[in-house]
Design a protein around this ligand. Structure first.
Ligand code: IMP
Length: 209
């Protein structure tokens, strides 16, 4: 929100050329390459450039995405894109939130992470609502320190037990509003068209390309 007397800042456009994807997850890099290739953007992964993975010390999704993007832009001298995402469960203070990956522990056991969420409901009145939402923050940073950020979201309800073998993470316990299937049961293309990540990318494409 701009305060009184402040001049609104124009959104900086991303010129065609190299863009560092500040992620060591090759799957993510492939997905982003497919999304941005048609705009003349040439994604380069952080792993290809041997960039370190910073510690996620932020207290919000946007702050974590920003710190990853800024570090990659600074070290590479190129614009850089980073994301941070997670599941927020409203009845338990929006946990696990930015700690979504960490709740699964070093072995990335999402069966356990989903059980941890369900266990929290066991201590709450039975009528407690099961609303939840996924968030995806994207930060696009330039070597001079300029950042544009976008936050996507999809709302839904948690079910128990988890259902479906598709997707990853918390997908098997999340039913998006207006649907009966969990993200784990849906065809991947259907999920990708409505996800928090799609929402954030649509905003980015509309704003900077
Ligand atoms: P990060 O953004 O790579 O730090 O990962 C965040 C964590 O949030 C993932 O490890 C998943 O646990 C969870 N998460 C983010 N997006 C999704 C999704 O689309 N489905 C299921 N889990 C997700």
């Amino acid at each position: 929100m701009s305060g009184e007397g402040e001049v609104p800042q124009a959104i900086r456009k991303l010129a065609p050329g190299k863009l560092v994807i500040a992620s060591h997850n090759e799957g993510k890099v492939r997905e982003i390459r497919a999304l941005l290739g048609p705009f003349g953007i040439e994604p380069v992964s952080a792993a290809e450039l041997d960039l370190p993975e910073p510690e996620e010390t932020g207290t919000t999704f946007v702050a974590n995405a920003e710190l990853k993007a800024l570090q990659a832009a600074d070290l590479s001298g190129l614009p850089a894109l980073a994301d941070d995402s997670g599941l927020c469960v409203e009845a338990i203070g929006n946990d696990p939130g930015i700690f979504s990956a960490r709740w699964a522990g070093p072995t990335k056991d999402f069966g356990m992470a989903m059980q941890l969420i369900e266990d929290k409901f066991a201590g709450l009145p039975p009528e407690t609502g099961r609303d939840a939402h996924f968030v995806c923050a994207l930060a696009l940073a330039w070597p001079d320190g300029h950042v544009e950020w976008f936050e996507g979201r999809v709302d839904g309800t948690l079910v128990w037990p988890p259902r479906g073998e598709n997707g990853f993470g918390y997908d098997p316990m999340f039913v998006p509003n207006g649907y009966d299937e969990t993200f784990g049961e849906m065809e991947p293309d259907a999920k990708h068209a409505m996800s928090h990540r799609a929402d954030a990318f649509n905003q980015l494409v509309a704003a900077v390309l």
